[in-house]
Design a binder for this molecule. Structure first.
Ligand code: ZN
Ligand code: ZN
Length: 341
């Protein structure tokens, strides 16, 4: 099964954080962090529908202006997510410009902005071009239990990290692929029909083995019968969906470690900051960032299949290979001294 999600770092491992995630079958994309995005083509930017921002430090949010510039004049709704205070940041960005001629635009550009506080409760506001991007409060919700956005093909969850300000980390998970073996249906004497959708949904929703599925060629068939999920599993093949986690910026604290490991558990791909070299652990602590060794060990503890470190500090310009090596050493569980001998 080809993976649906195709993530790529817009500015490599050392530039401003921004992870563009393309979806294979649909002409839309998701962005994690809004650092400088001048490397993204207008066509790619116009595909964005959801943008998740870890926090509003300038290297994670300066790309908002380019997003805005390219989308003004288009009929478009963008959903933005960020930590508490984010609505205010978006408001100030938008109010940095004058919008007195907006009545001349035919199409409306809408930003729907949701911010998450440390109890996972959310506030949402809307900003419309045709309303000169004034703040329109939409409402708040009680705990979202970590799931920011969910739709049939994928969902995005979050956790909250400490970076001397609230900082969000994200995981995007593709729904499991469930396929029906037509030959097995025939062997079991079962008809095709809408009941197969119910069966697929029951599997994706992890229903118990004794969960009963109503079977029939049509919902009104006179010969409708019921079988438990366990018996019906043999007509299906289930391929788990791909999981990609995105973690930056975070102090190396116990609470952050636990939160990161939980979020990135069994990720196929973990993008994680490794701002400082292992030798600069004290500096990393002072700046509330992770080191290469911390990034590698977190990826290992989360049982990620692959780790992609990024957000290398510019102080290590030209030393990317060394930093990468430190991450991979920790990821493999070797200690740095032993690896060299
Ligand atoms: Zn930061
Ligand atoms: Zn940063």
């Amino acid at each position: 099964m080809r993976p649906l999600l195709h993530p790529s770092l817009v500015n490599g491992r050392s530039g401003d954080p921004a992870l563009y995630v393309e979806t294979l079958f649909e002409k839309r994309a998701v962005l994690f962090d809004l650092g400088d995005i001048s490397n993204l083509s207008p066509r790619k930017i116009q595909r964005l529908e959801h943008v998740f921002v870890s926090h509003a430090h300038i290297d994670h949010f300066i790309g908002f202006d380019r997003l805005l510039r390219l989308l003004v004049g288009r009929e478009k709704t963008i959903k933005l997510y960020g930590p508490k205070g984010f609505i205010e940041h978006v408001h100030h960005k938008l109010q940095g410009y004058r919008w007195n001629l907006v009545d001349r635009y035919v199409s409306d550009l809408v930003f729907v902005v949701t911010e998450i506080d440390s109890f996972f409760t959310t506030d949402t506001a809307r900003f419309r071009l045709k309303n000169a991007f004034s703040t329109e409060a939409i409402g708040s919700s009680s705990s979202i239990e970590g799931v920011l956005h969910s739709e049939p093909t994928f969902r995005v969850s979050t956790t909250i990290l400490e970076h001397r300000t609230l900082c969000l980390a994200f995981a995007i998970e593709e729904a499991a692929h469930v396929n029906v073996w037509k030959t097995r249906l025939t062997e079991m004497g079962l008809p095709v029909g809408p009941w197969l959708h119910e069966l697929k949904r029951a599997v994706i929703e992890n229903r118990p083995g004794d969960h009963l599925i109503r079977i029939g060629a049509r919902p009104t068939s006179p010969d409708m019968r019921e079988l438990p999920l366990d018996i019906l599993r043999s007509v299906l093949t289930v391929t788990p969906g791909q999981k990609v986690a995105y973690v930056t910026d975070a102090a190396d604290t116990l609470a952050n470690r636990e939160a990161i490991i939980r979020l990135a558990q069994n990720a196929d791909l973990l993008f994680i900051e490794a701002a400082f070299a292992q030798a600069d652990t004290a500096l990393a602590a002072e700046r509330a960032h992770l080191t290469t060794a911390a990034a590698g060990s977190l990826a290992r503890e989360a049982r990620a299949r692959r780790v992609e470190p990024f957000h290398f500090s510019p102080r290590y310009s030209g030393q990317e290979a060394c930093l990468l090596d430190e991450v991979m050493t920790a990821f493999a569980g070797r200690d740095a001294e032993g690896a060299g001998s």
